[in-house]
Design a protein. Sequence first.
Length: 361
Amino acid sequence: MRAVWQRGGRPLAFLGAAAFFVPRQPSSWSGSPRAAVVAASSGGAVLVRNGEASAPWLSKQSLLHDYHGAYTTARTVDKSSVFELGMHCQRLYDGGLDVLTRQASEAASKASPARQERLKQARSFLDQGGLEALRPILKSEMLAALEYLDQVQAAESSDKEFQVTMLLTCDMAGDHTPSRRGFDVLTYVQPLPYVEPMVAVEAHRAERRNPTIKDVQWVNDRKELEDIQKTAAVNEVIMYDSAGLVTEGLQTNFFAVAADGTLLTAPADRVLSGTVRKVVLDVAKQHAIPVRLECPNIKDLDSWESCFICSTSRLVKPISELGAPEFSSARRKFPASDSIAHHVEALVLDAVRSHSESLRE
């Protein structure tokens, strides 16, 4: 995984499943969590700080915009395991070391002695303990969140999975911070949004300036396409270039299935390669499904057997209909079941389970 480092106050991001540095805005958090509950209803969410779980007393937006630190966003599997848990632990460890180094450098001339000491303590904890010291802390945080949700939702029956966002920060360190650690870990867990079993998609001509980098500029650049997405009432917009070559979606990777059953997807140097995309390629290899790393052409839409998008939150979603307004006013409809896209969806779901780690073991 590559990383985009912070410059001029902008957030920096690890590529792949989301892991970012969060820019610190002016903030003066104080008071108890109970006094700062952001809403009467948590909407099925929980916030854990250093092992203490409660209804959220910070919004997720505030958590990720008001505090400087390293964060990662993962997903649960079967509500008790986390997909690629080891990868997320490694990212928080690597990101934490980097941001602490940067903060310590800045603090040498500006920060109070107390803050300098916290940063030194935090860096020492990670340096001396390594990933082995951080990993059980992160597992414990996630488990506390899920156990809290089990209790408050005991009367409900739900098969929803959860999105897990974790922040490692020194910005709110105080009496509540574990001794000799110097940093807090905050974990915000909420249900993953519901996505239909199959999704509608539209294709539009657009290209990312730097497709392999998850730069915050892309958030601004894609605004027009997001407006198109809302107007068209589709789950995703996929992009193609002037030659009609499809690269990726706004938040997803895209695969087309040719008439001969071959999976077609843009090569890694033309897209932001997500974790689930890699799982798709792995299961295709394991099950002898042919793959060509080349951009499918939107002009061949009518010949595709099926197609699908994939991302951390969606996993694999077969496409029910795909419109390309530049070429046709009608949307191409795809089989509701038994397509190769559905087959890949099932294989990936099984593979995700095998790539997940239980929090209770």
